[in-house]
Design a protein around this ligand. Sequence first.
Ligand code: 13P
Length: 252
Amino acid sequence: MRKPLIAANWKMFKTPAEATAFLTTFLPLVSQQSHAEVVLCPAMTSLAASIAAAAGSNVHIGAQTMHWLDSGAYTGETSPTMLKAIGATHVLIGHSERRQYFNETDTTVNLKLKAALAHGLIPIVCVGEHLEEREADLTAKVLELQTAVALEGIDAATAAPIVFAYEPVWAIGTGRTATPQIAEQAHKLIRNQIASSLTPAIAASTRILYGGSVKPDNAATLCCLEDIDGALVGGASLDPTSFAQIVLNSAA
Ligand code: 13P
């Protein structure tokens, strides 16, 4: 019922030429698969080239962040209207690196989520606890709060496109992954919070991805368990063969 989604977060890597070269190699490797939706999130300057290179394929292109307003005097920002205008279909919201280095808060995540839904962009909302929070037994509290504030004021009737990504901060870029048990437990917590904030039916149909050191060799065990509906991949998504392998290995 929930189609797996495998998303690449390229962070601050790849020029337009490098993004195009990636797609030239990557598209044939995944053209025959249909079990998962595949999304690439390049840097803003490589969005247009990626969208052009992926045209007509089964791969979608999304942004890594955006502002919540349509336009305005916000130097350096990109609006949802601008993303839609060039053909982006998805947007990452509230990645932990945005929260950590660029002052994103649960409140701005909420504003961005509402803007994405209003503009027909598929939002991938990132939540996750820091190591100190996990060690202090605060994981449940952190995940519930991040999820609840993200969903504040959202009408269940508009919530179907929302995707969540559980990215434990201690597993990002560290080579350390959550065990499938830890990830499943976190995903259940997030799903229960979605049920309380919206409705049980929305919670049952919302995809929750796992992110944090997903690689080709752990994709099969981490991507697609009972409550895990795909992956958000950083480092291992930069190489076309490696990311294609993750997509193919995630087939249940
Ligand atoms: P890594 O896969 O490099 O750990 O990054 C995960 C991530 O931050 C995806 O958004």
